[in-house]
Design a protein around this ligand. Structure first.
Ligand SMILES: Cc1cc2nc3c(=O)[nH]c(=O)nc-3n(C[C@H](O)[C@H](O)[C@H](O)COP(=O)(O)O)c2cc1C
Length: 264
Protein backbone atom coordinates (compact mmCIF):
# COMPACT_ATOMS: atom_id res chain seq x y z
CA UNK A 1 0.00 0.00 0.00
CA UNK A 2 1.39 3.43 -0.91
CA UNK A 3 1.91 5.36 2.33
CA UNK A 4 -0.13 8.48 2.96
CA UNK A 5 2.12 11.51 2.62
CA UNK A 6 1.77 14.25 5.23
CA UNK A 7 3.66 17.52 5.07
CA UNK A 8 4.08 18.81 8.63
CA UNK A 9 5.13 22.40 9.18
CA UNK A 10 6.66 23.07 12.58
CA UNK A 11 6.56 26.62 13.89
CA UNK A 12 8.41 26.04 17.15
CA UNK A 13 11.96 27.39 17.37
CA UNK A 14 12.73 24.28 19.46
CA UNK A 15 12.48 22.00 16.41
CA UNK A 16 12.68 18.27 17.36
CA UNK A 17 12.72 19.15 21.07
CA UNK A 18 9.36 20.85 20.81
CA UNK A 19 6.05 19.55 22.06
CA UNK A 20 4.57 20.72 18.75
CA UNK A 21 6.82 18.22 16.94
CA UNK A 22 6.45 15.46 19.54
CA UNK A 23 2.66 15.72 19.42
CA UNK A 24 2.74 15.31 15.65
CA UNK A 25 5.06 12.31 16.05
CA UNK A 26 2.45 10.79 18.36
CA UNK A 27 -0.25 11.38 15.74
CA UNK A 28 2.03 9.94 13.04
CA UNK A 29 2.59 6.82 15.11
CA UNK A 30 -1.18 6.41 15.62
CA UNK A 31 -1.90 6.95 11.94
CA UNK A 32 0.58 4.22 11.09
CA UNK A 33 -1.42 1.76 13.14
CA UNK A 34 -4.27 2.37 10.69
CA UNK A 35 -2.37 2.49 7.39
CA UNK A 36 1.19 3.28 6.28
CA UNK A 37 1.76 7.01 6.70
CA UNK A 38 4.91 9.07 6.21
CA UNK A 39 5.31 12.51 7.78
CA UNK A 40 7.79 14.89 6.19
CA UNK A 41 8.73 17.77 8.49
CA UNK A 42 9.55 21.34 7.56
CA UNK A 43 11.16 23.13 10.51
CA UNK A 44 10.51 26.79 9.89
CA UNK A 45 13.39 27.82 12.15
CA UNK A 46 15.80 26.06 9.75
CA UNK A 47 14.40 27.55 6.55
CA UNK A 48 16.18 30.81 7.36
CA UNK A 49 13.12 32.80 6.24
CA UNK A 50 13.58 36.46 7.17
CA UNK A 51 10.60 38.49 8.32
CA UNK A 52 8.09 39.08 5.52
CA UNK A 53 8.88 42.64 4.45
CA UNK A 54 5.23 43.41 3.67
CA UNK A 55 5.83 44.47 0.05
CA UNK A 56 2.63 42.65 -1.03
CA UNK A 57 4.28 41.80 -4.35
CA UNK A 58 2.91 38.26 -3.95
CA UNK A 59 -0.64 39.58 -3.81
CA UNK A 60 -0.34 42.40 -6.34
CA UNK A 61 2.07 41.04 -8.97
CA UNK A 62 2.35 37.31 -8.30
CA UNK A 63 3.95 34.97 -5.80
CA UNK A 64 7.03 34.62 -8.02
CA UNK A 65 7.84 38.27 -7.21
CA UNK A 66 8.25 37.53 -3.48
CA UNK A 67 11.87 38.28 -2.49
CA UNK A 68 11.88 34.90 -0.72
CA UNK A 69 10.14 32.92 -3.47
CA UNK A 70 13.11 30.51 -3.59
CA UNK A 71 12.36 29.42 -0.01
CA UNK A 72 8.57 29.58 -0.13
CA UNK A 73 7.92 27.91 -3.48
CA UNK A 74 9.49 24.52 -2.61
CA UNK A 75 7.23 24.37 0.46
CA UNK A 76 4.19 25.12 -1.72
CA UNK A 77 5.27 22.26 -4.04
CA UNK A 78 5.65 19.95 -1.01
CA UNK A 79 2.14 20.85 0.17
CA UNK A 80 0.77 20.20 -3.33
CA UNK A 81 2.44 16.78 -3.42
CA UNK A 82 1.16 15.76 0.02
CA UNK A 83 -2.11 13.95 0.81
CA UNK A 84 -2.54 16.11 3.87
CA UNK A 85 -0.86 18.85 5.84
CA UNK A 86 -0.31 19.53 9.53
CA UNK A 87 0.40 22.97 10.94
CA UNK A 88 1.89 22.93 14.44
CA UNK A 89 3.08 25.86 16.50
CA UNK A 90 3.30 26.77 20.18
CA UNK A 91 1.45 29.51 22.01
CA UNK A 92 3.77 32.46 22.59
CA UNK A 93 2.36 35.45 24.51
CA UNK A 94 -1.16 34.12 24.13
CA UNK A 95 -0.90 34.08 20.38
CA UNK A 96 0.66 32.00 17.63
CA UNK A 97 4.49 31.83 17.79
CA UNK A 98 6.16 34.39 15.55
CA UNK A 99 7.85 31.80 13.32
CA UNK A 100 4.51 30.39 12.22
CA UNK A 101 2.86 33.81 11.98
CA UNK A 102 5.69 35.01 9.73
CA UNK A 103 5.33 31.92 7.54
CA UNK A 104 1.58 32.56 7.18
CA UNK A 105 2.32 36.14 6.12
CA UNK A 106 4.31 34.75 3.18
CA UNK A 107 1.16 32.83 2.26
CA UNK A 108 -1.06 35.91 2.18
CA UNK A 109 -1.43 35.50 -1.57
CA UNK A 110 -2.98 32.05 -0.96
CA UNK A 111 -5.79 33.72 0.99
CA UNK A 112 -6.38 35.86 -2.12
CA UNK A 113 -5.87 33.05 -4.60
CA UNK A 114 -6.57 29.80 -2.72
CA UNK A 115 -5.65 26.54 -4.42
CA UNK A 116 -5.32 23.74 -1.87
CA UNK A 117 -8.89 22.49 -2.36
CA UNK A 118 -9.43 18.92 -1.24
CA UNK A 119 -6.25 18.98 0.85
CA UNK A 120 -7.03 17.61 4.31
CA UNK A 121 -5.37 19.40 7.23
CA UNK A 122 -4.94 19.23 10.98
CA UNK A 123 -3.74 21.95 13.33
CA UNK A 124 -1.82 21.46 16.57
CA UNK A 125 -0.58 23.73 19.32
CA UNK A 126 1.34 23.46 22.59
CA UNK A 127 1.12 25.79 25.57
CA UNK A 128 2.25 25.66 29.16
CA UNK A 129 -1.11 26.89 30.38
CA UNK A 130 -3.43 28.80 28.10
CA UNK A 131 -3.97 30.37 24.71
CA UNK A 132 -4.68 27.18 22.78
CA UNK A 133 -7.97 28.35 21.32
CA UNK A 134 -6.58 31.57 19.83
CA UNK A 135 -3.81 29.62 18.09
CA UNK A 136 -5.97 26.71 16.93
CA UNK A 137 -8.56 29.15 15.58
CA UNK A 138 -5.86 31.10 13.74
CA UNK A 139 -4.24 28.00 12.23
CA UNK A 140 -7.60 26.51 11.28
CA UNK A 141 -8.87 29.71 9.64
CA UNK A 142 -5.56 30.20 7.85
CA UNK A 143 -5.41 26.69 6.38
CA UNK A 144 -9.11 26.90 5.46
CA UNK A 145 -8.51 30.22 3.68
CA UNK A 146 -5.80 28.53 1.58
CA UNK A 147 -8.49 26.03 0.49
CA UNK A 148 -7.75 23.14 2.90
CA UNK A 149 -10.38 21.10 4.74
CA UNK A 150 -9.34 21.30 8.39
CA UNK A 151 -10.61 18.07 9.89
CA UNK A 152 -9.11 18.00 13.38
CA UNK A 153 -7.37 20.18 15.97
CA UNK A 154 -5.37 19.39 19.08
CA UNK A 155 -3.98 21.67 21.77
CA UNK A 156 -1.68 20.07 24.35
CA UNK A 157 -0.57 21.45 27.73
CA UNK A 158 3.14 20.95 28.25
CA UNK A 159 2.93 21.68 31.99
CA UNK A 160 0.80 18.54 32.44
CA UNK A 161 3.24 16.05 30.95
CA UNK A 162 4.18 14.66 34.40
CA UNK A 163 0.61 13.56 35.03
CA UNK A 164 -0.29 10.02 33.97
CA UNK A 165 -3.95 10.97 33.81
CA UNK A 166 -3.16 13.83 31.42
CA UNK A 167 -0.89 11.62 29.28
CA UNK A 168 -3.71 9.11 28.91
CA UNK A 169 -6.06 11.87 27.76
CA UNK A 170 -3.46 13.23 25.33
CA UNK A 171 -2.99 9.73 23.95
CA UNK A 172 -6.72 9.33 23.41
CA UNK A 173 -6.95 12.74 21.74
CA UNK A 174 -4.00 11.92 19.44
CA UNK A 175 -5.66 8.62 18.55
CA UNK A 176 -8.89 10.42 17.70
CA UNK A 177 -7.09 13.04 15.56
CA UNK A 178 -5.13 10.27 13.80
CA UNK A 179 -8.29 8.33 12.96
CA UNK A 180 -10.14 11.41 11.73
CA UNK A 181 -7.20 12.63 9.64
CA UNK A 182 -6.43 9.26 8.10
CA UNK A 183 -10.06 8.47 7.32
CA UNK A 184 -10.78 11.89 5.85
CA UNK A 185 -7.79 11.61 3.51
CA UNK A 186 -8.93 8.20 2.30
CA UNK A 187 -12.60 9.21 1.94
CA UNK A 188 -11.77 12.68 0.56
CA UNK A 189 -15.25 14.00 1.35
CA UNK A 190 -15.26 17.74 0.72
CA UNK A 191 -16.18 19.77 3.81
CA UNK A 192 -19.02 22.29 3.61
CA UNK A 193 -17.79 25.78 4.53
CA UNK A 194 -18.86 27.04 7.95
CA UNK A 195 -19.97 30.58 8.81
CA UNK A 196 -16.41 31.95 9.08
CA UNK A 197 -15.38 30.23 5.83
CA UNK A 198 -18.33 31.72 3.96
CA UNK A 199 -17.72 35.19 5.40
CA UNK A 200 -14.09 34.90 4.32
CA UNK A 201 -15.20 33.94 0.80
CA UNK A 202 -17.73 36.80 0.53
CA UNK A 203 -15.33 39.48 1.82
CA UNK A 204 -12.61 38.28 -0.56
CA UNK A 205 -15.22 38.35 -3.35
CA UNK A 206 -16.21 41.94 -2.54
CA UNK A 207 -12.55 43.03 -2.43
CA UNK A 208 -11.67 41.21 -5.64
CA UNK A 209 -14.66 42.59 -7.57
CA UNK A 210 -13.53 46.07 -6.56
CA UNK A 211 -10.02 45.54 -7.90
CA UNK A 212 -10.33 44.92 -11.63
CA UNK A 213 -7.18 44.57 -13.75
CA UNK A 214 -5.39 42.79 -10.90
CA UNK A 215 -3.90 39.31 -10.78
CA UNK A 216 -6.49 38.37 -8.17
CA UNK A 217 -9.37 39.52 -10.40
CA UNK A 218 -8.12 37.46 -13.34
CA UNK A 219 -7.60 34.42 -11.09
CA UNK A 220 -11.15 34.73 -9.71
CA UNK A 221 -12.67 35.41 -13.14
CA UNK A 222 -10.99 32.33 -14.65
CA UNK A 223 -12.55 30.18 -11.93
CA UNK A 224 -16.01 31.80 -12.09
CA UNK A 225 -15.76 32.94 -8.46
CA UNK A 226 -16.64 36.62 -8.96
CA UNK A 227 -20.37 35.90 -8.71
CA UNK A 228 -20.28 32.38 -7.23
CA UNK A 229 -21.67 31.29 -3.87
CA UNK A 230 -18.41 29.64 -2.86
CA UNK A 231 -15.07 28.49 -4.25
CA UNK A 232 -16.30 24.93 -4.82
CA UNK A 233 -19.62 23.22 -5.55
CA UNK A 234 -19.97 21.90 -2.01
CA UNK A 235 -23.25 23.18 -0.56
CA UNK A 236 -23.15 25.04 2.74
CA UNK A 237 -25.95 24.92 5.29
CA UNK A 238 -28.71 27.05 3.66
CA UNK A 239 -29.39 29.08 6.83
CA UNK A 240 -25.70 29.88 7.23
CA UNK A 241 -25.51 30.85 3.55
CA UNK A 242 -28.54 33.15 3.99
CA UNK A 243 -27.07 34.86 7.07
CA UNK A 244 -23.75 35.38 5.27
CA UNK A 245 -25.48 36.74 2.14
CA UNK A 246 -27.27 39.28 4.35
CA UNK A 247 -24.02 40.37 6.03
CA UNK A 248 -22.23 40.55 2.67
CA UNK A 249 -24.99 42.80 1.27
CA UNK A 250 -24.58 45.12 4.26
CA UNK A 251 -20.79 45.25 3.77
CA UNK A 252 -21.27 46.05 0.07
CA UNK A 253 -23.77 48.83 0.90
CA UNK A 254 -21.57 50.32 3.62
CA UNK A 255 -18.59 50.36 1.22
CA UNK A 256 -20.64 51.97 -1.54
CA UNK A 257 -21.96 54.69 0.76
CA UNK A 258 -18.50 55.35 2.21
CA UNK A 259 -19.79 54.27 5.59
CA UNK A 260 -16.71 52.41 6.76
CA UNK A 261 -15.60 53.89 10.08
CA UNK A 262 -12.37 53.62 12.01
CA UNK A 263 -12.39 50.63 14.33
CA UNK A 264 -12.46 51.57 18.02
C1 LIG B 1 8.20 33.62 24.29
C2 LIG B 1 7.28 32.61 24.92
C3 LIG B 1 5.98 32.97 25.23
C4 LIG B 1 5.11 32.04 25.80
N1 LIG B 1 3.82 32.40 26.05
C5 LIG B 1 2.96 31.50 26.57
C6 LIG B 1 1.60 31.84 26.78
O1 LIG B 1 1.15 32.91 26.46
N2 LIG B 1 0.77 30.90 27.33
C7 LIG B 1 1.25 29.67 27.69
O2 LIG B 1 0.47 28.88 28.19
N3 LIG B 1 2.52 29.31 27.47
C8 LIG B 1 3.40 30.19 26.92
N4 LIG B 1 4.70 29.83 26.69
C9 LIG B 1 5.10 28.45 26.98
C10 LIG B 1 5.04 27.57 25.72
O3 LIG B 1 3.79 27.70 25.07
C11 LIG B 1 5.24 26.12 26.12
O4 LIG B 1 6.49 25.97 26.70
C12 LIG B 1 5.06 25.20 24.93
O5 LIG B 1 5.09 23.88 25.38
C13 LIG B 1 6.13 25.40 23.91
O6 LIG B 1 5.85 24.60 22.79
P1 LIG B 1 7.00 23.91 21.95
O7 LIG B 1 7.63 22.90 22.88
O8 LIG B 1 6.28 23.30 20.81
O9 LIG B 1 7.96 24.99 21.55
C14 LIG B 1 5.58 30.74 26.12
C15 LIG B 1 6.88 30.40 25.78
C16 LIG B 1 7.73 31.31 25.19
C17 LIG B 1 9.14 30.87 24.81
Amino acid sequence: MTPLKILAIIGSPRNEESHSYKTLKLIEERMNRLRPTRFEFVFLQRTGLPFCDGCLSCVRKGEEFCPDFATIDPIVRQIEAADGIALAAPVHTFNVAGLMKNFCEYFMYKRNRPSFFGKQAIVVTAAAGGGHKVVLDFLQRTAAAWGCDVVARLGMSSSQMQSDAYLAKLDAAAQDVAETFSTSIVNADPQAPDFAGLINFRTMQIMTNAAKKTKNYRYWAERGWLDANYYTDVRPNPLTALAVAFIAARIRRAKKKGKISPVR
